[in-house]
Ligand binder design. Sequence first.
Ligand code: NAP
Length: 544
Amino acid sequence: MGTSRQQSSIVGTDMIDETEQYDAIVIGAGVTGLYQLYRLRELGLSVRVLEEGGGVGGTWYWNRYPGARFDSESYTYGYSFSEELLQEWDWKEHFSGQPENERYLNYVADKFDLRRDIQFNARVSSAVYDERKNCWQVQTEDGRRAEAQFLITAVGLLSAGYVPDFAGLDSFQGDWCHTGRWPKAGMDLAGKRVGVIGTGATGVQLITEIAKEVAHLTVFQRTANYCAPLRNGPIDPETQREIKASYPEIFKKCSETAGSFMHKFDPRSALEVSPEERLAQYERLWAEPGFKKWLANFHDVMVPGAANEDYAEFVRNKIRERVNDPVVAEKLVPKDHMFGSKRLPCESGYYEVYNRDNVLLVDVREAPIERITPTGVKTAAAEYELDVIIFATGYDAVTGSLNRMDIHGEGGQTLKDKFAKGPRTYMGIQSAGFPNLFTINAASVGNFVRAAEPLVEWVTECISYVRDHEFTRIAASPQAEEAWTKHVNEDGTNILRSQADSWFVGANIPGKARALLTSPDSAPVMRAKRAEVAANGYEGFLLE
Ligand code: NAP
């Protein structure tokens, strides 16, 4: 069963050039990659995880920016596969912060002895399918080579950071960074003039946290967002006991909802109740923590139309109430996209930041950024002197991290070329012509660990099926891929998520084709679809 690692092709004079052999290679040691390693190891496969970072955690390794934390309840985010782990780990806050999240994933890696199969500081530069040998040849930037029959990209939805191509960035004399590559040693912001570009979920968390520390903060906002109070707090011992006693119910709840969060929509329409009752519900949910105000609301708040607009206006008024200067408040009120068409940033004092004397909001839709200068940022209207620039400018989502690796399938075709007009996959998980490659990061829906666990289990069972039935290759059929891609593009067009210019549809990246990058179907529908496909002998896949 190929459980041991071998090495081949020892060549060269002053250096040993070796290609390591495995049954499976997993790219990424984040939430998904760690669990994929655990499962494949259980199956008896030799597995190598290649991880760009110096430690485990993925998103929670890289996103060390001040304020980074969960927006879903901590206890819905942990792994469910080990009862022992669930009982051992105490989440300290309802919405846990990055340091604790990273600690958790390190704890998991140690508890299940995962590190011995992970190569850190190993950024994959290419993955080439060798048709003759039926294996994936993977190379890292530092020249290491490894081969495996199966390749799994556990690289996350949001890991390829995007820094806009502003002229003059090279000339900037201060420090700058993207939030997704926050230095481990931190950024020295105290007493500095800091500029933050971007006001998505990341910018909102970061701005709130650093405003207290910096001498002056300039926020460059292009699009105002709907943000809602997170209402975080510590978990007291009694609640901790209750959480630990009710994990099965918590996970069951998550498994029944569209995005795998623990909140269920109210089946009533916002418009079928009286205005008083409607407002009372909006207020009641607004006072609750987390995504309840979004995902436990009247169901049609999440459908384009009158109910959505009614709630949007409620949220706009909440923003107006919190900002002292009415001109600044109006700049912070979103008017150009529907509520919920972008992921709702949850905040802890964000709007009050704009009541501080050391914070300036600059509208770069009105006066766009023209260039970065040696001493700051120049917009069409003014120049801003800065010591530090922070890019909270988001990600080339889902396909970006795949495209940054040079992935070649049958006949030498690249995944990048194939996805040029949008992803072409079967259920997000495989693409025709790329046998034994599981693009698991493109198949996820919703709350991350809850979505990742069933996906990993499906991939593991699929690989087990291939091996048990003495097949050597599994690949999406061109017909299944065509039908799935048509479904995503047609049925994905009218959903709320597709309406705004956001990463959900690739609209945040200049030149990227506009296409829904995730499934338009809910998590339960996707799980049922995958189960049916498996039960029918992996219908839609070619097995050889
Ligand atoms: P984002 O939502 O894509 O926001 C990027 C921001 O940068 C936007 O405000 C965007 O403006 C701005 N921007 C981009 N290019 C610009 C340019 N050339 N000039 C000026 N502004 C520019 O990225 P993000 O905030 O990193 O969040 C991405 C996703 O990560 C979220 O949707 C969420 O799913 C996840 N996330 C989750 C959490 C959490 O709480 N767990 C925290 C952070 C992120 P426009 O809107 O005008 O494009």
